[in-house]
Write a protein that binds this ligand. Structure first.
Ligand code: NAD
Ligand code: WQD
Length: 339
């Protein structure tokens, strides 16, 4: 197995995964329509990995073009990152999310089937668990009580893959449910580059630190958590990327349909993260406590045991590493990939 089609490979997680794929000896071929990423990412991947991936500027929903890509390359497996991911936007524009996320997966599956490529790793999300009844969350815990259209697209795609596998077990699917990816490559050359004001906590913190935003709003300190602020499972994006390399190894040697959480197994509160960021970087983050953000849950963290047992996945970066690398990326690239 050598040639790996990486949809959404120009994005935050995809770009880090391409670097790890190259270093593990794979040949990533990127398809991305750049709706949430920049062309400069390719130069940066090349600079880190010393190899420039083949890149197609293309929407995964464009079946004809996807067909041509599969004609041009003998693709062994696909890692499907492409999708829209902003929870708030999905509430305002659900049709866009259903069309893009589900539509792209349908086209991808159709083209893969036509070309006899039946190995797919899919980017799902902890949001499929909704508001979990217990933590740490196990892969077999209930899914489907989703709280927004974004999460619903992930849940429906998981079901699509499960029913396809039920009809034809020659498919190999690995569904990876990511928790909260943060951090950046240690080179500071690639990292998260959100458009506009960030929705997620870490890019918000780094933009306060760099002076682009005046103050962090901490959404609620009256949750049933140790310090009252929300608890999440923050995972370094390079650990997450390595999880995909391990999943590729798994798909070759133990085919079937498998589901794994990719998290650390550790919960960190908003204030824990702010303090870790301050300590790691010798900075002060101006913050204030405000109302809860509608739709937020108190606590969410993974059981990382299954991924450890079956993939050999074990995170090696700490929260401090995450904070240091996020800041290194932000301070070297105050305008993200725009010079
Ligand atoms: P991202 O937005 O940085 O990357 C997604 C990439 O897909 C972007 O480069 C975008 O341009 C591209 N894209 C979107 N729709 C496309 C289409 N129809 N055709 C071609 N390219 C398309 O997001 P990310 O954080 O790297 O997330 C990658 C995947 O992981 C997404 O599917 C996301 O839902 C999932 N995920 C992300 C998180 C997170 O917090 N970042 C958590 C859980 C799951
Ligand atoms: C983390 C914590 C907030 C911003 C989202 C998506 C999820 C997944 C990851 C894709 C919460 C608090 C945040 C701020 C704050 N992505 N917070 N001030 O909500 O766990 O998950 O991203 O699948 O789908 O829903 O991540 O980073 O937005 O929030 O206090 O300005 O930080 O309340 O407790 P979340 P987040």
């Amino acid at each position: 197995m050598k040639k790996i089609l990486v949809t959404g490979g120009m994005g935050y997680i995809g770009s880090h995964t391409c670097v790890e794929l190259i270093s593990a000896g794979y040949e990533p071929i990127i398809v991305d329509n750049l709706c949430n990423s920049k062309p400069e990412v390719l130069n940066r991947i090349e600079k880190i990995a010393k190899k420039r991936p083949v890149f197609y500027l293309n929407d995964v929903r464009d079946e004809e073009k996807m067909d041509k890509i599969f004609d041009e390359h003998n693709i062994d497996a696909v890692i499907h990152f492409a999708g829209l991911k902003a929870v708030g936007e999905s509430v305002k524009k659900p049709d866009l999310y259903f069309d893009n996320n589900i539509g792209s997966t349908e086209v991808l599956i159709k083209v893969m089937k036509k070309h006899g490529c039946k190995n797919l790793i899919f980017s799902s999300s902890a949001t499929v668990y909704g508001d979990p009844k217990r933590v740490p969350i196990l892969e077999d815990d209930p899914v489907g009580a989703t709280t927004n259209p974004y999460a619903e697209t992930k849940y429906r795609i998981e079901n699509m893959l499960k029913s396809l596998y039920g009809e034809d077990n020659s498919w190999n699917f690995i569904i990876l449910r990511y928790f909260n990816p943060i951090g950046a490559h240690k080179s500071g050359l690639i990292g998260e580059d959100p458009q506009g004001i960030p929705n997620n906590l870490m890019p918000y913190i780094t933009q306060v630190a760099v002076g682009k935003l005046p103050q962090l709003s901490v959404f609620g300190n009256d949750y049933d958590t140790p310090d009252g602020t929300g608890v999440r499972d923050y995972i370094h994006v390079v650990d997450l990327a390595i999880g995909h390399v391990l999943a590729l190894e798994k798909i070759q040697h133990a085919p079937g349909l498998m589901v794994y959480n990719l998290g650390t197994g550790v919960g960190t509160s908003v204030l824990d993260l702010v303090r870790a960021f301050e300590d790691a970087n010798g900075l002060k983050i101006n913050y204030k406590i405000v109302e809860r953000r509608p739709g937020d849950i108190a606590t969410c963290y993974a059981s990382a045991d299954k991924a450890y047992r079956e993939l050999g996945f074990k995170t090696k970066y700490t929260i401090v590493d995450c904070c240091r690398d996020s800041w290194n990326w932000q301070k070297n690239n105050p305008h993200g990939f725009d010079k």
